[in-house]
Ligand binder design. Sequence first.
Ligand code: PLP
Length: 376
Amino acid sequence: MNPIQMVDLNSQYNFIKEEVAHGMHEVLSSSLFINGPVVHEFQKDLENYLDVKHVIPCANGTDALQIALMGLKLQPGDEVITADFTFAATVEVISLLKLKPVLVDVNPNTFNIDPLAIEKAINPKTKAIIPVHLFGQSADMEQILALAKKHNLYVVEDNAQAIGADYTFSNGSVSKTGTLGDVSATSFFPSKNLGAYGDGGAIFTNDDNLAHFIRGIVNHGMYERYYHDVVGVNSRLDSLQAAVLKVKLKYLDFYNERRKEAALRYTKLLKDHHKIITPLRKSNCNSHVFHQYTLRIINSDRDALKNYLNDNKIPCGVYYPVPLHKQKAYAKANVDSSAFSVTNQLVKEVISLPMHSELSIDQIEYICDTIICFFD
Ligand SMILES: *Cc1c(COP(=O)(O)O)cnc(C)c1O
C-alpha cells in the first residue's frame, strides 16, 4: 500500500504530465504569460462545461468573492448573510468591503447554511446571501432562491468546494452549482476539485451587464485602456495556470466520480458504527462532489481519534475547528453564541478523511479499519 495522503496531487499529475507539459510549453514559447489565448480558451471551455453565459477568470477564489460583491455595488453597512461554519474567506471579503457580515447557523446533517436561520436574519438592511456549497454539496438553493426573491436579495454562491456538482430542482431541472444565483465565485487552489498548480479563481454569471461590469473591475476598473471608470483591482489568472486548468477540466467529471466512489466506500464501511455519523447526500443535490469527506464523531473524543489516525500514518483534518462568530477578527462583543448551537457542536465533532481521486481500495479499507479499531 502506498503512503496515504490527504490530497494526492502527484499521482494525479503523473497521469496528465505530457498534456500539461505540452500546454505549458505553448505558453512558454509564446511568452504570452498574461492574458494569453489559453486563458480565453479555458474560459470558453468552462462556460460550456457549466452551461453558464460568463466565466471571468481571476487570481484566486477570495478575489473572486470580493469582485463578485463589488460587482453588485453594495454600499457600506449593507448586510450580507453567510454561514458561521465555513472557511473565513467569505466573511473576510464582506468585512473588507465595509459590508456587515451576518453569520447564521447551519444544518447538522449537510453542514450547509440553514434556510430557516437565514429567514430569521433578514431585515431591511439585508442585501445579499452567500451560501457556501460546503464540502462539495450544494446548499438548499431552491429555498434560498425563494427567500431571495421574496425579499429582493442577491444570491452569491461560494462554489469553491463544489465545482462540477449538480443541483436538481423539485421540478426536475438540473443545473450546476455556481450557475444558480446572481453571481458566484470559485477557487482553483491546487487542492480544490479543479485545482491549478498555483493560485487561480473565477467568477460566473448569466447576467450580461454584470459580467461586463466585472470584467472591468478585475482589470483596474478599465473598460477602455487607460480610462478608469470605477475603482477596480488587479486580479488575473495567468496563462500557465490556465494551461493546466484547461487540461484538468477535461478530467473533472472523472475526478469527481472517483471521489464519489471513495466516499461511497467509506460510508459503506463506517455507516453502522454507533459513534460515527457519515455524511448525508441529499437526494435533491444529486451530485455531491466530496471536496471533503467529513464524519461526525459522537459521544467520543474526536481529537484523540485524530491523533490515533496520525500515529497510524493516516492524515486527516478538522474543517473547521472554530466557528466564525468566535474568531477574533469577526467576533462581536455581545453575540449570543446559543444562536449557533449546531456550529458550536460541529466544531467538536467533525473530522475529514483523506479524499482525492487517487485513493485505492486497500487504503480506504485500512483507514476504516483503523478508525473502528480506535473505538474498540
Ligand atoms: C478555498 C476557498 C476559498 C478561497 O479560495 P482561494 O483561492 O484560496 O482564495 C473561499 N471559500 C471557500 C469555501 C473555500 O474553500
